[in-house]
Design a protein around this ligand. Sequence first.
Ligand code: NDP
Length: 385
Amino acid sequence: MRTVTILGATGSIGTSTLDLVEREPDRFRVRALTANTDVAGLAAAAIRTHAERAVIADEACFDALRAALLGSGVEAAAGREAIIDAAATGADWTMAAIVGCAGLEPVMAAIATGGVVVLANKEPLVSAGEVILAAARESGATLLPADSEHNAIFQCFDFARPEGVRRIILTASGGPFRDYTIEQMRGVTREQAVAHPNWAMGAKISIDSATMMNKGLELIEAARLFPVPADRIEIVLHRQSVIHSMVDYVDGSMLAQLGPSDMRVPIAHTLAWPARMTTPMAPLDLVAIGKLEFEAPDPVRFPALRLAREALQAGGARPAILNAANEIAVEAFLQRRIGFLEIAAIVDDTLARYDPAAPTDLAAVLAVDSEARALAIERVEDCVA
Ligand code: NDP
């Protein structure tokens, strides 16, 4: 019996994780589930799974959560500190699936307890990579990647002999605008941008996929997780999203992980790791898929790819600034306050205006994140004016 905590339990990754956990009630016991404002979703999941605790980040939702859990035996809590406490309950296995850098402090709290921490929430790793990895080394926590690409690499990577690895190749679907011209992208709507061709995901990562910033964040994430220099991590467009990423070895062998476009596959890998568990998905039908295509990505139409690579190569505070500005710009686009092309422009502008020293601890990362957000908000206001 493994104890499980899911941070961001009401989101796309959270509900996929719950689906797997609920299929095997004899194997997993839920310690804590968290959400931001979705009281109904959180309470229903907590009652269904007999969770010990349900925590809502928005304190204004506390009374509603308490009422929804009345008589269920599930403890209710609210507020940011309560989310961090829930992360620190010492579950054997914690899914980090809050969206954005809002997940950073909860992730750090989970890591401090030394269990298995599964990272879907990529933004903290981008902004605070060194700080997170150092905390994991100190506590002995095991970090496992849930992001499909990084999970694929994790499955193919020979950690005992990393010198044999020549390249990591991240695959990218290219998002809904992979065939659009820049002019066509200028006028796209929120609805068009969240309609991903291959994956059903939360709004923020869907926009990141449309700008290809998601692949930029994943490039940085890969450099944090795997001992391979940044210039040997490549991105290739692969429309079918069947190969989730590849590891190329010096002898010419290339190992790939294939699977359906369903996040329950990589999540199940981390839930059962180092064993395997069954999932409800049908096996891949390679004959029906027929062909796998690969193309070079276009950094001109998708400048986020260039910005992310530059931020990774420069290091220091650059990835944290990139991420913070992107979170602000994506939120502004989702609120229909700025156009699609302005997302990358705001990130570029924020990076140009702010160049602090490299943050070396959590407080310094949070300070860089906060200042970059303030600068990006100014730029959003300029766009709106
Ligand atoms: P969703 O938007 O679907 O879900 C986000 C979750 O986080 C929800 O439970 C939400 O609660 C909660 N949340 C949002 N803001 C806060 C906050 N300030 N404090 C506490 N909780 C908060 O996102 P996804 O599941 O799509 O993505 C989650 C993370 O996983 C992201 O970092 C994303 O990049 C990554 N990821 C996602 C993939 C996917 O297929 N979706 C694939 C690979 C990585 P509420 O419901 O109440 O708003």
